[in-house]
Design a binder for this molecule. Structure first.
Ligand SMILES: Nc1ncnc2c1ncn2[C@@H]1O[C@H](COP(=O)(O)OP(=O)(O)OP(=O)(O)O)[C@@H](O)[C@H]1O
Length: 338
């Protein structure tokens, strides 16, 4: 089993490729309680993939160039897409997801808010506020189980320079809710006489249904079917741009080694095997349009919605960034930017 620093070392070239206009999605998958959120976020003394990725991006941006960083964050709870209410008070708002205009691809999330991120400190503060609004509950398998899928999207817009035209890269960090057997999910509530028993069961069923839909999408992508059932769940609809042609997707699989979890572990391994056989094609860079908001800069910017409403945040202007990259198996193979 690899430790987070080792895992991140392998992921870092892909993460940094977002600064050059590539689309990268890192998602955690596995049975509830196996450490998905821990691996993605981690405590301060053992930072997870997300804080390491963000630190690496901002460090790289300090070495040259001009970048604008924009953040959006949503959670999918019981098949409802909700805005991670980052800074404003009030309950999460339910958002409508719809297909983008013909020919432009992508998904639109009406009402989704985008935040300009001036520096790493502000980004961490915003993420931590967004996470604190995420739906969690005690289940039989995890005292603080995430009952929702969380999708964090960073759009990294590089200004054009003498070295080349501007690009718009995207980093998706997806912490999926855990799969679990319904009887296990409800078991602890029943044992405690918890009145939320029915709620936990409903959550478990919708989580499992959306993960099943994700499995269906992976099967279709692997078999290169003409029709990929992205519309089967809100999760797969939102992930459509992140799993589109030319994107780089990385699955972090979390499994339990407990004998009593063998069935679920085998299912998770089979899912990972399927994902490992998916080919999204040669990686593509996105060229930025000359002007406009982040949502208008890319033909398929994920999670784009109503006209982007970037919110002024305190701090310095977007940090500078280079157009260099390191090599690794995860680095995109082909540069389609003309
Ligand atoms: N590598 C680790 N080191 C120490 N503690 C860990 C580690 N991985 C997970 N844990 C602990 O195990 C518990 C479950 O982890 P976590 O919440 O990340 O699981 P999860 O897979 O995200 O669960 P769910 O799907 O229910 O949200 C937490 O208390 C977490 O702190």
């Amino acid at each position: 089993m690899q430790k987070c620093p080792q895992v991140f070392r392998e992921l870092e070239p892909a993460v940094l490729s977002c600064l050059r206009g590539y689309s990268v999605c890192i998602f955690t998958y596995g049975q509830t309680g196996t450490g998905k959120t821990y691996s993605m976020e981690g405590p301060p003394e053992d930072p997870g993939i997300a804080p390491r990725a963000l630190q690496s991006l901002f460090r790289e941006m300090r070495t040259g160039g001009q970048h604008q960083v924009t953040l959006s964050m949503v959670e999918i709870y019981n098949e409802a897409v909700r805005s991670g209410d980052l800074l404003a008070p009030g309950p999460p708002e339910r958002l409508a997801v719809r297909q983008g205009p013909a020919g432009q691809g992508g998904i639109q999330v009406a009402g989704l808010t985008y935040w300009d991120v001036p520096n790493l400190e502000t980004l961490h503060q915003m993420l931590s506020l967004g996470r604190s609004n995420r739906a969690t509950a005690a289940t039989a398998m995890n005292q603080h189980s995430s009952r929702s899928h969380a999708l964090v999207t960073l759009t990294l817009q590089a200004a054009s320079s003498t070295r080349g035209s501007g690009t718009t890269g995207t980093l998706h960090l997806v912490d999926l809710a855990g799969s679990e057997r319904a009887w296990k999910a409800g078991g602890v509530c029943r044992a405690r006489g918890d009145p939320d028993d029915a709620q936990r069961l409903r959550e478990a069923r919708t989580i499992n249904r959306s993960l099943l839909a994700l499995g269906g999408v992976m099967t279709a992508l692997r078999s290169r079917r003409a029709h990929v059932p992205f519309r089967d769940s809100q999760l797969t609809r939102l992930l459509q741009p992140a799993l589109g042609p030319g994107a780089t997707a990385v699955l972090l699989l979390q499994i339990s080694t407990r004998p009593e979890d063998l069935g679920e572990t085998v299912c998770s391994l089979k899912f990972a095997e399927r994902v490992g056989q998916v080919e999204l094609g040669p990686a593509r860079r996105r060229r930025a349009r000359r002007s406009g908001t982040p949502s208008s800069l890319s033909t398929d910017t994920p999670l784009t919605g109503t006209p982007c409403t970037p919110t002024p945040s305190p701090g310095s202007p977007p940090s500078p960034g280079p157009d260099s990259g390191s090599s690794s198996a995860l680095v995109p193979q082909e540069d389609l930017l003309s």
